[in-house]
Design a protein around this ligand. Structure first.
Ligand code: ADP
Length: 296
């Protein structure tokens, strides 16, 4: 279990990136969902002991993370957002090199781990290929392989699905989910679907504040019977946005389709729809922006 208490961080430029963040993160895949600039990377870098908070505490498996950085690092696998690889080196050679750096000095043990990780991340057949020839998804899977060297108990992956096509994204998330059967895997993303299906638990973070945490389905259930949908004309859209709590609007065959949050049918032509996590996400973001207390 990873426990974060009252974590605060303000950068030198005055941006308050973390505001009294409190989270309880159990074993399994944990989704940290928020728009760009929400503070996800700041939180992850702080947990990974790459930067200091101004105040607060982090505990992992009996380790006081801010006091015992080395202790945490021995348990940590980290895939940063801007993970770069050496394009001219093969996957196998670079993973082996990282393994040496990680302190896996015994040759047989190291080979066993490197081979095992190449298989687990489905890169075995591509292991002799230069990393520069890898697709985005393969590169991210390689990033996970290096993060898993030394069998970490805490795995942190920062926005790993950005830029992956849907197939690669699925494969990658399934891999994370499998890893989460054994250890704590913390995944940050701005893509709602990354969290909906595979994360048993999640938190939404906006402007450094945790707006919601728990099970995605429980959050969705709070909006039951409260999401209404209608297709409207482009010209009338601003009027709807003014009169109703429009959660989202998307073009369907060139015409806006809006989701509205309301206790009863807002107007003629609205039909009730099953809420999803995206509705919750937009409700939270809008409530935060409007400065009103969140409803759900
Ligand atoms: P996310 O990962 O959710 O996109 P970040 O943690 O990267 O969010 O950023 C949160 C906020 O802190 C943003 O407003 C960002 O511009 C700011 N920020 C991030 N890193 C720094 C830094 N080193 N110095 C100053 N401001 C920063």
């Amino acid at each position: 279990m990873l426990t974060i208490k009252a974590l605060n961080k303000t950068y030198a430029n005055g941006v308050q990136a973390l505001k009294d963040v409190n989270l309880e993160i159990p074993t399994g895949l944990y989704g940290l969902l928020g728009p760009n600039g929400a503070g996800k990377s700041s939180l992850m870098r702080t947990i990974a002991t790459l930067q200091e908070p101004d105040s607060g505490s982090i505990q992992f498996d009996g380790i006081d993370v801010l006091q015992d950085k080395e202790g945490l690092r021995r348990q940590l696998g980290y895939l940063p957002q801007d993970f770069g690889v050496y394009p001219k080196v093969s996957a196998e050679d670079l993973l082996n090199h990282f393994a040496v750096l990680k302190g896996l000095t015994r040759r047989t043990e190291r080979k066993e781990m490197v081979d095992g990780l190449l298989r687990q991340t489905n890169l075995w057949d591509a292991r002799k290929r230069k990393l520069g020839t890898f697709s985005g998804g393969m590169r991210q899977r390689f990033g996970i392989a290096q993060a898993l060297l030394g069998a970490p108990k805490l795995v942190i992956v920062d926005e790993p699905t950005a830029g992956l096509d849907p197939d690669e994204r699925n494969r990658f998330l399934n891999l994370l989910s499998e890893i989460g059967e054994q250890v704590v895997v913390m995944l940050s993303t701005h893509i709602v679907e990354d969290v909906t299906d595979l994360c048993p638990r999640m938190a939404m973070i906006v402007k450094g504040e945790v707006l919601l945490q728990g099970e995605p389905q429980a959050a969705i259930d709070m909006l039951k019977d409260k999401v209404w949908r209608k297709r409207v004309s482009k010209a009338s859209l601003p009027d709807y946005q003014q009169r109703f709590n429009v959660l989202s609007s998307r073009l369907v065959a060139g015409q806006p389709q809006i989701n509205v949050h309301a206790d009863s049918q807002p107007d003629d032509g609205f039909v009730q729809v099953e809420p999803d996590l995206e509705d919750v996400y937009f409700l939270k973001i809008h409530s935060r922006q409007a400065g009103i207390a969140a409803v759900a």
